[in-house]
Write a protein that binds this ligand. Structure first.
Ligand code: HEM
Length: 391
């Protein structure tokens, strides 16, 4: 990655050309393989010979920040049958068919947020008025937590996905508060089940009988945070790009739903939700061949999704052609067994949200240049703190 500005908008990041697997040395001196080509990254993410937990007794590198996804009980850290069992607790609630049934209330939520935005009038901050409230409204309905405090939810998410710059005691406090909140909902759903996602997870876990309570709480924590934070981060970064750099595409986005689908998929793919960082290490459990190179059992592999997403062999269309259908499945939601289970819901919110915002406010434009953007920092994700706009 290289960028001339200290904190550039994420759509301005540029990546080195991908190449064959190569040896690299991590900051702590550990030797690893770095994969940057789309085909190689996809292959290892989808290959169960590459695991996420270091083999017992190894001196493999630890995760960089102590955040929610690095909690040993969290879904992203599970493997094999244990991982599948946890995903089965909730996957049918978020698969494409289930999300198809949610589409009408997601659109209602978008219209409600837009009504409130328009009623408050121009000028407005699109972060306060759109990119934060929409995903929060959706996750509140999904988990049936209508009275959740928006500020609190934002704080928990920022700390749950903390980077190494945050105060450890503050991260611990926010993590404990989130876990208490989650434990309370879990207890309430056990007493009085409903039809929401938490009720389904709790009922399935109790029926299974072998899911440790701490794993159940870690899973619900992740759904509370993952259910809104990444979608709002993505919305903020996409709006900054479209409104600042592509005003000519705004009218087509609002007029043509099919074009909005293609545009959303390409922007999801092209604009990262955070700065490039050391990828999560994967550990080879057997010898495996990647692009003609033999990776030995025990080797550490770093799969660089961001560079791979810009691999011209897999994605030949130029950056400028935003409405061209994506040539290969995006890595924005990962790949393989840990593929983001919220991908279909996120896509639904993004494509309807962007399309309806552009249709409702065709004259929307930012009132500050992208270089003046203040950024939300301290997390592994980054997005504008404000998007001041008029229409
Ligand atoms: C634009 C929005 C989103 C993006 C870009 C995104 C991206 C990702 C990525 C890259 C992963 C990691 C895949 C891996 O470990 O290889 C992931 C995992 C996950 N996401 Fe999302 N996500 C989004 C929205 C959501 C939503 C809306 C939910 C919940 C409703 C969600 C829940 C999860 C969960 C539970 C995991 C862990 C899966 C596992 O380890 O098996 N995400 N997401």
């Amino acid at each position: 990655m290289n960028a001339s500005e200290p904190c550039p908008p994420l759509h301005r990041l540029r990546f080195d050309d991908p190449g064959p697997p190569r040896r690299t040395t991590l900051a702590d001196g550990t030797r690893a393989w770095l994969l940057t080509r789309y085909a190689d990254v996809y292959q290892v993410l989808d290959d169960t010979r590459f695991r996420r937990s270091p083999p017992r007794g190894s001196n493999a590198p630890l995760p960089i920040a102590s955040n929610l996804a690095n909690n040993p009980d969290a879904l992203p850290r599970q493997e094999g049958a244990e991982h599948l069992r946890l995903r089965h607790l909730f996957q049918r609630m978020l698969n494409p068919r289930a999300v198809g049934h949610m589409e009408s209330w997601v659109v209602d939520a978008i219209d409600q947020v837009l009504d409130e935005l328009v009623e408050r009038g121009s000028p407005a901050d699109l972060v306060d008025g759109f990119t934060n409230p929409l995903p929060i409204m959706v996750v509140s309905r999904l988990l049936d937590i209508p009275d959740v405090n928006e500020e609190q939810l934002l704080r928990w998410a920022a700390h749950a996905l903390a980077d190494t710059t945050r105060d450890i005691a503050e991260v611990a406090d926010a993590t404990r508060e989130l876990a208490e909140f989650t434990a309370d909902i879990v207890a309430r759903r056990r007493r009085t089940p409903g039809e929401d996602l938490v009720s389904v997870v709790v009922e399935a876990a109790d029926r299974d009988g072998s899911v440790p309570e701490r794993q159940l709480i870690a899973l619900v924590n992740l759904l509370v945070v993952g259910g809104h934070h990444t979608t709002s981060t993505m919305l903020g970064n996409i709006l900054l790009f479209l409104l600042a750099e592509r005003p000519q595409d705004w009218a087509r986005l609002g007029a043509d739903e099919t074009a909005a689908d293609a545009l959303t998929e390409r922007l999801l793919h092209l604009i990262p939700v955070g700065d490039p960082q050391r990828p999560r290490p994967l550990y080879a459990t057997e010898d495996a061949e990647i692009c003609g190179v033999t990776i030995r059992s025990g080797d550490i592999v770093m799969a660089d999704r961001l560079t791979a997403s810009h691999d011209p062999e897999a994605f030949p269309a130029p950056f400028s052609d935003l409405f061209a259908p994506l040539e290969n499945p995006t890595l924005a939601f990962g790949a393989g067994p840990h593929y983001c289970p919220g991908a279909w819901l996120a896509r639904t919110e993004l494509r309807h949200g962007l399309h309806r915002l552009a249709a409702r406010l065709p004259g929307l434009h930012l009132t500050a240049p992208p270089n003046a953007t203040e950024w939300r920092s301290g997390s592994i994700t980054r997005s504008p703190l404000h998007l001041p706009a008029t229409w």
